[in-house]
Design a protein around this ligand. Structure first.
Ligand SMILES: C[S@@+](CC[C@H](N)C(=O)[O-])C[C@H]1O[C@@H](n2cnc3c(N)ncnc32)[C@H](O)[C@@H]1O
Length: 244
């Protein structure tokens, strides 16, 4: 799926994004959207003056919640490729407060427009499956300070998906149902993202390969045993290996 198809999908979704996510998350995990975001925000410790990057921020629900909970003196950058999602977020931020520690930046997570070691904390909620995961993690690793914290709220898959039945039947059925129930661009974006979904164990390996030490992975089980689960993954930026 090209970036422009992703932008088309999320531009279409932007006005109803929260409502749609709330329905989908309750269906998949029996958990409301706001409840999931709260779990994500609470999974990472944030100091008052931390500088935070929220990747694939969408309508900026995560920055808004962080600003309410902590970071009175710090700064939060919400980055997303879809301008309509950011516009919706900017509108919501204006409704919540008059002054805000949040900046919204329209850019790709594949090429984060900030210098190295700029952030104390990075967050990515429900966005990783739309990205090239190794490239996104490389950019996150570059822009995080050493010992900086990362939390990812990912759509994951149970180990069953790696079995013969899981690979052939479940993933194909989900692809088919998505095409039946969703519009063209959104169906394309979600169907393509299925190959980016990983198990808890795969995430641990992927993070270790990217100079990010996995700390904890919390699994929220799916409502239907074969469906996608939710993973809340915390990690820390490891120091670069020495030349010797
Ligand atoms: C499911 S939404 C998640 C939004 C938000 N993080 C949340 O928790 O509600 C996925 C977001 O990823 C964004 N996205 C997809 N590809 C991207 C990329 N290459 N760079 C930045 N954002 C991207 C989309 O525009 C969309 O807003």
């Amino acid at each position: 799926v090209t970036d422009s198809r992703i932008v088309e999908a999320f531009s279409e979704l932007a006005p109803n994004y929260e409502k749609v996510m709330d329905w989908e998350l309750r269906f998949m995990w029996g958990l409301g959207y706001r409840q999931f975001v709260e779990m994500l925000v609470q999974a990472v410790s944030v100091a008052e003056d931390d500088v935070i990057l929220d990747i694939a921020t969408g309508t900026a629900v995560i920055p808004n919640m962080l600003a309410l909970n902590a970071c009175a003196q710090g700064h939060i950058v919400g980055l997303d490729i879809t301008a309509s999602m950011l516009r919706q977020g900017a509108h919501d931020i204006r409704q919540t407060r008059t002054t805000s520690p949040i900046s919204l930046v329209c850019a790709s997570a594949m090429d984060i427009p900030f210098c190295g070691s700029a952030f104390d904390v990075s967050i990515c909620g429900l966005g990783m499956h739309h990205l090239d995961v190794p490239q996104a993690l490389s950019e996150i690793g570059r822009t995080l300070k050493v010992n900086g914290r990362l939390v990812i709220g990912a759509v994951g898959v149970p180990p069953f998906w790696r079995t013969w039945w899981g690979a052939r039947i479940v993933a194909r059925t989900i692809r088919f149902v998505y095409r039946l129930t969703h519009s063209g661009p959104r169906a394309d974006a979600e169907v393509e993202a299925i190959d980016n979904l990983h198990t808890e164990q795969e995430w641990r390996e992927i993070l270790s390969d990217s100079l990010l030490d996995p700390i904890q992975v919390t699994v929220i089980p799916p409502r239907l045993f074969w469906g996608p689960n939710a993973l809340i993954i915390t990690a820390q930026r490891a120091p670069a290996p020495s030349a010797h």
